[in-house]
Design a protein around this ligand. Sequence first.
Ligand code: 5AD
Ligand code: SF4
Length: 485
Amino acid sequence: MSKRSVGESLEPPEALRIEFVPAVHGFSLPAIGLAYTSTMQWMFRRYHVTTFGCQMNAHDSERIKGMLEELGLGEAASQAEADIVVFNTCTIREKPDTKFAAYMGEAAARKRERPEMIIAVGGCYAEAQRERLFSLYPDVDVAFGPGTIPHLGEWLGAGGFGVERGAWGTGVEREFAATLPMHRERRFQAWVQISMGCNSTCSYCIVPAVRGREVSRRPGDVLAEVTHLAQQGVRELTLLGQNVNSWGRDLLPEIHTEFGELLRACDAVEGIERIRFTSPHPKDFRRPVIEAMAECAAVCEHAHLPLQSGATRILKMMRRTYSRERYLKLVGELRAAIPDLALTTDIIVGFPGETEDDFRETLAVVEEVGFDGAFTFVYSPRAGTDAAAMADQIPDEIKRDRIERLVELVQRLAAERNQERIGRVEEVLVEGPSRTDPSVLRGRTRRNTTVNFTGAAAAGELVDVLIDRASSTTLGGVQQIAVAV
Ligand code: 5AD
Ligand code: SF4
């Protein structure tokens, strides 16, 4: 028999003629990865997932991929080669919305040539546009929200490729995707979702509207997943939640607990060497969490502490529930408890009503804290949020000027902080070869800085690296080989 390329029609081997995949999410589905086409030939179906947005979305995409693979689909290298094109969308700012529109335009053009192609849209933008999605984008076949991922599998499974188009997944109740199979990019690192939704009411933010009220995953379920991951060889965990450190407050009185306890429980799991978490809210960084960070060997010396603004007046309008002084006090407490702590942050410029003086207060806080890194954003009005309706929206050119000044400061401080690492030996978790130079290895320090280094180590190993150079975003060095004496 001659060799055939994947995707080409072929006769099914006998064993594949009647095939059912194992139960997915509690029910059995036909193997839709192999579809019997109208030309009476078998075809291998492939999917492609494009992910926008945060780590929560990246993690949801791992579940989406795992679910599609369990249904018998293979992963396509690009969107152009896929039979099922999935977009896992974000809507936190206008930029991801417009980016999605451009991707969708390309996919729709391809679908006109290949009408059997399926376009599935999930995530936060889909949820936010629930009522209008199919009229905005008539080429979409199926949509689902961040809490309703299993519906994509149900829809595909329900009728293979023959079901009605324009469907929103069946059912509306949110659930953790944690019971779905997972397709992880790296065997030694894993994200673990510990909560969904957010009970804060930041006036600029669309997330509570799309991801709903906060629901914590039960501690036993989280720990069962962490233990299972450790047994599979995972060494680094990142605990995920929209407001990760308020975890536990909504749990029933008999299991009522808090985030510090969860850090301690994860730290005790054998094989877990590094624990990270994102994103915490400064208001929930209470004593037990700080103590757990200080006392747990696996919890990394890094806190991402979203500042948003350095002006108390603006923080009030943002409804962040802390002042500039309280934020700085928290930074002091964290640094006192955890020596060598790396601090990163999120900052928004151009919030409605932000004056030059307010902005200078932000610059002053950034300078005073000396962040190791920052994600900086131009304020983007989101329909339905309180801030979008506020008077005194800031003109684009002022926003642009402020973001440039902020980025310059952030880069200068990050470069200075990284310079301080030169001459030190850092523990690095090896991720593989460098993206730009395959003869060099790449990994991350406990403080979450990327290091490019010369040495010989496999992905997943923890090695010591002597740092000998630094930029604002990366470190460079040489692996230290342990010598027996
Ligand atoms: N405009 C700009 N940035 C925003 N963020 C959230 N909402 C907006 C918005 N409307 C930023 C915040 C948040 C990060 C994930 O995105 O800084 O911490
Ligand atoms: Fe984007 Fe927020 Fe949704 Fe993450 S939770 S994908 S940042 S809108």
